[in-house]
Structures are given as structure tokens and as C-alpha cells.
Design a protein around this ligand. Structure first.
Ligand SMILES: [Mn+2]
Length: 333
């Protein structure tokens, strides 16, 4: 009988999880056993995941991949960096998969992984027990952990690597609202390495870059009608393209709730957006869109603060109905 078989399983897992946990300075050495490496980002990959994965890929070699899709800001970062991201990469084609910015299998689509590592700032246990090694500690972003890995490995950090990490840091800290002293020290290092703060903010900007989009949004604003319902400002507008952007722009200009409607091949599309205060007051645009659409032989849904519908009927009538129900909801009727 071996000594190991006398130990309860959970104790064995606890001990082995301690062994697998490594420091940032040990990351480079831990990769040495593996040839083909994939840095894998979670679903709807954000700038923290992609910027971190990109910097690791550039520093130590390998491929960068993501599951299902990229977030809007993630896409914007990838095009600024000119990075290649393999969507839904075949994980069994790699000797090691390094999961970046996630610790739970579901977030990476539960693939069957043979050998993998984790680098993350979320504190879920999920994937840790089966990992070859991992770095997991509380930090305001994974980018900060990766920054320390690069410094400890004495890697030459290029401008692009620093920019990716800076955008990740800015977006995960809510533009430094949740920054710690460590966050700001890391960000200063990224700036020293050549990342531009203005460029990082531009990558995260929600202002549409296409001229057609900007024209549509400006037209939507000049045509907007604003109504006051109690303490709430409700805006409606008609525009035959970029309804979602237009509604969002009206909220950014000061409306609590905004709806933009346009006609597309005989059906009308309405997009709605609201600010946080309206959601906190109980507004649920997905429910409003669903109910308005149902009465107009259409379909609607989405999220509480962002929803849309497509239905039969004139834009004006549908906008009026959306606005009326929002006002009633916000004023407790
Ligand atoms: Mn993150």
C-alpha cells in the first residue's frame, strides 16, 4: 500500500493544487516542456482577454484563439493591433492550451482539454484542479498579471503588446474607476513601453467610425423629439439605418430612454436604449419591445437596457407605443 492511497482524495487535490500554482516569474520556465501552444480567450472575448493573450503570444510564441465570438471592444482592439485570432480553434491540435482571463469551463465552451494552464484574475476554482499549472490571483485585470509575467521574464515589450495590455486594463477597471495602486503602476509601465493613452481610449470609444454611421446618428439627433414624463426624459427619432447606434447616441446626449425607428422592406425596426437609472427604476426594454411587437404581428426582445423589435406598422405609431409604455413604467403606472 502506498502512502498516497491513505490520503483522502480532497487532501490530495489540495496538495496538488498548491504544487500547480506558480508565480509570474515561473511562467516562462513552465512553458518549456511544450512546443505548440494556444492562448485561448473566453466567449465574447473582451480587451482584457485579447490584450493579455496577444501579449503572451508575442512574448513566448504560439497561437491566439477565442471561443464563439469577440465583444465589440474586443474586435476594435484586434483590428488596431492587426492581430490574428483563430475563432473556435481545434484545441486537440496543441500541446498546451493556456486559458486567459477565465477559470470556468463554460466560459470557453467546455472543450475536452488534455493539457492546459490558466492565467486569470477571477477567483473561481473551476478549471484549476486539472491544470498543468496556473497563475490566479485577485487583480483588477488579467492584463496586470501578464504585465508582471513579462517583466519577470525580462521580455522586450513592444508598443503593440503594451497597447493591448493597457486597453485591457482600462476596460476591466471601468476606465480606472476600480484601479488599485498596482493597476496604476502597471499602467505607467505600459505607457513607458510605448502604449498611447489617447490611442487606447480611441480603441474603446463607442463613437462609430464609419462616416455613414456618423451621418445617421447626427440626423437621428436633429430629428429627435423629446418628451418629459415626470422626472424622465424620453426621446424618439426616425432614421432608416443604424437605429441601435442612434438610440444609444440619444441616451449619451442626455435622454433617459430613447427609441429609434426605421423602415426596412415593409417592416419597421425599432431599437431602444436606456440609462442605468431607468433600469434601476424598473424599466425593462426587452419586455416593452416584446409586448409592443406582439400586438403588431412582430417579434421583439433583448436586454433591460437595450432591446429591439421588428413588426408591421408605421414607425410613428410603434414609437408612440414604446414611449407611452416606458413613461408608464417609469412613473409607476
Ligand atoms: Mn478580465
Amino acid at each position: 500500500m502506498t502512502f498516497g492511497s491513505l490520503l483522502p482524495t480532497y487532501f490530495y487535490h489540495w496538495v496538488s493544487s498548491l504544487i500547480m500554482r506558480i508565480r509570474e516569474s515561473e511562467f516562462k520556465g513552465s512553458l518549456r516542456r511544450f512546443d505548440k501552444i494556444l492562448y485561448l480567450c473566453h466567449r465574447n472575448a473582451d480587451p482584457d482577454a485579447l490584450g493579455s493573450g496577444y501579449a503572451l503570444q508575442k512574448a513566448f510564441g504560439g497561437d491566439l484563439g477565442a471561443v464563439e465570438d469577440l465583444s465589440r471592444a474586443g474586435r476594435s482592439l484586434i483590428s488596431a493591433l492587426g492581430a490574428d485570432v483563430i475563432m473556435n480553434p481545434p484545441v486537440d491540435g496543441y500541446d498546451l492550451v493556456v486559458i486567459v482571463d477565465a477559470s470556468v469551463g463554460l466560459q470557453i465552451g467546455n472543450p475536452t482539454l488534455s493539457r492546459y494552464a490558466v492565467v486569470d484574475h477571477h477567483l473561481d476554482k473551476g478549471l484549476l484542479p486539472g491544470a498543468e499549472f496556473y497563475i490566479q490571483r485577485s487583480a483588477t485585470s488579467t492584463a496586470e498579471i501578464v504585465w508582471t509575467i513579462l517583466l519577470d521574464s525580462e521580455v522586450k515589450v513592444t508598443e503593440d503588446m503594451a497597447l493591448g495590455l493597457l486597453v485591457g486594463t482600462i476596460s476591466d477597471t471601468g476606465r480606472f474607476r476600480r484601479a488599485s495602486p498596482d493597476t496604476l503602476r502597471a499602467a505607467a509601465g505600459m505607457l513607458d513601453a510605448g502604449a498611447g493613452y489617447d490611442q487606447a481610449l480611441e480603441i474603446l470609444s463607442r463613437v462609430p467610425s464609419e462616416i455613414s454611421q456618423r451621418i445617421a446618428v447626427l440626423k437621428a439627433a436633429t430629428r429627435a423629439q423629446v418628451e418629459r414624463a415626470g422626472d424622465w426624459l424620453l426621446a424618439t427619432t426616425e432614421i432608416n439605418a443604424f437605429e441601435g447606434y442612434s438610440a444609444m447616441a440619444l441616451v449619451n446626449l442626455g435622454a433617459d430612454v430613447a427609441f429609434a425607428a426605421g423602415k426596412h422592406n415593409g417592416t419597421t425596426r425599432v431599437s431602444g436604449r436606456s440609462n442605468r437609472e431607468a433600469v434601476r427604476a424598473g424599466l425593462d426594454l426587452s419586455e416593452i419591445m416584446r409586448s409592443v411587437a406582439k400586438e403588431a404581428r412582430g417579434e421583439g426582445g433583448g436586454h433591460r437596457a437595450a432591446a429591439a423589435l421588428e413588426a408591421e406598422g408605421e414607425p410613428k405609431a410603434l414609437l408612440l407605443e414604446c414611449k407611452k409604455r416606458s413613461g408608464q413604467r417609469l412613473n409607476g403606472a
